[in-house]
Design a protein. Structure first.
Length: 237
């Protein structure tokens, strides 16, 4: 029987890259996404990945999806939102709360519901290099720092059930999230990247696949930074 993985945010970007890589490695994969149009486009190119529409902030939807799937071996939460850099004075309370609801609440709900039906396995969350801090993104940084804290707490709590919990923290990745940035903002961020620009989603998918594999199960409660070394202090965030 093939292992089963659930990947949220699976219709595009990092999530799609993860879903396709795991499927290529022989996993049964369910790729869930809120964007139905993107899911239809992606599923038209899939033969071995099952699509599912999902709002990760809706508790009942998350529970219903998990309950109708086979027992899960791996859960990867790639669903999330980002925002352009803004000074503190320009971040509205609504924007702050939405950031937490999606990035933190979605990670929490998925982990809670999936863990009910897991007998061993791995949970992988997508954090961000941004959890280390940086000016102009207080709401985003707060959400990703919260994800890291949650991962570390769940790693301790769930290890007795044979479930590892880790996060991958990417640097700048070429995804739809940055498509809405202004050209000036994209150029500014790209100049700060060690490679001179954003990484392809497949780079992050490889890190996730390692943590999902049997070889990665001894890794628990860790944050795997995949950013070309920028977090070492090459340039300010």
């Amino acid at each position: 029987m093939r292992p089963h993985a659930l990947v949220t945010g699976g219709a595009q970007g990092i999530g799609r890259a993860v879903a396709e890589l795991l499927a290529g490695q022989g996993w049964d994969v369910t790729a869930a996404d809120l964007d139905e149009a993107a899911l239809r486009r992606a599923s038209g190119q899939w033969n071995d990945i099952s699509p599912a529409v999902l709002d990760v902030t809706a508790s009942a939807q998350v529970a219903a999806l998990v309950d109708r799937l086979p027992p899960l071996d791996v859960v990867v939460n790639c669903a999330g939102i980002a925002a352009e850099l803004l000074p503190l004075k320009d971040i509205s309370r609504a924007a702050f709360e939405r950031m937490l609801r999606v990035n933190v609440g979605g990670t929490f709900l998925l982990a809670r519901e999936a863990a009910r039906r897991m007998e061993g396995g791995a949970i992988v969350a997508i954090a961000s290099r941004g959890y280390l801090g940086g000016a102009g993104a207080a709401h985003y940084v707060a959400s990703k720092a919260a994800v890291v804290g949650m991962v570390r707490s769940l790693a301790v709590e769930l290890r007795w059930r044979g479930i590892s919990v880790n996060a991958v923290a990417p640097g700048m990745v070429e995804t739809r999230m940055i498509d809405d940035f202004t050209s000036e903002m994209r150029a500014r961020l790209a100049r700060l990247e060690p490679g001179g620009g954003p990484m392809p989603p497949a780079t992050i998918a490889g890190a996730v696949a390692y943590l999902a594999s049997a070889a990665g199960r001894a890794v628990n409660g860790q944050v795997l930074l995949v950013d070309g070394g920028k977090s070492l202090g090459v340039a300010p965030c």
